[in-house]
Design a protein around this ligand. Sequence first.
Ligand SMILES: [Zn+2]
Length: 268
Amino acid sequence: MMKEYWNDNDFNRNMRRKKLKRHTSRGFTLGLCCCLTAMILAFGLTVNHIPPAVDKQPDAHLSKNTVANTDFDTGLTTDTQSIADETTWCLILVNKWNPIPEDYEADFTELANGQLVDTRIYPALQEMLDAARSDYVYPVVVSGYRTTEKQQSLMSEKIADYKSEGYSDTAAVSKAETWVAVPGTSEHQLGIAVDINADGIRSTGKEVYKWLDLNSYKFGFIRRYPAGKTEITGVIDEPWHYRYVGIDAATEIYNQGICLEEYLNKIN
Ligand SMILES: [Zn+2]
């Protein structure tokens, strides 16, 4: 059983490599992604790890996205381009001062509970979730990629909540923006950030957050909005929001107790 399990993961890794090369062609369309993401707007908790028999299944299967396999002349060989992509794509800075580039594109893998993540982070995410489970901690990805429309609807809901509590329009917007990123400025719109909570049965949120805090860097993820860095990140402490940056950057960020903005300032 375990052997098959790891084979599944290996399969996904191989697929990832193939897809990375295809990415260099920039030949796929955002439209395809939009079609797929329209199917996954529900937040629901995953059922993919319960009961234990299902626990052996990988968290995700490759999405049915197809990628136009057309190579454009980029002036770089595919391998060179891939290496450049490897070091830059996962260090993109998106925050309230740095919106997502309008031409941003990604390819997605769908998790078993319908959430989408950028295909390039899926193997590391899978390994991290597996490692947590081997420590008897049971995390669940409750939110991955979000469309602009989804982000807008989250914002509208939050504003409505504050208005119903008696806040003025302006105050409600301002309060909502401390909780929900303005559309175009959420890392969830990249697909390389995930909100992770507990399954609520075998683990508590506190247990999951603690495990992630201590171990996520080993898999290339960082706690993106740590307590005490709000003035720099623009976001309050969010112990559930993890962002992929690659193992090297994540390790340095973890060891130095800095946030992504501080790390990028140092290396640039
Ligand atoms: Zn988040």
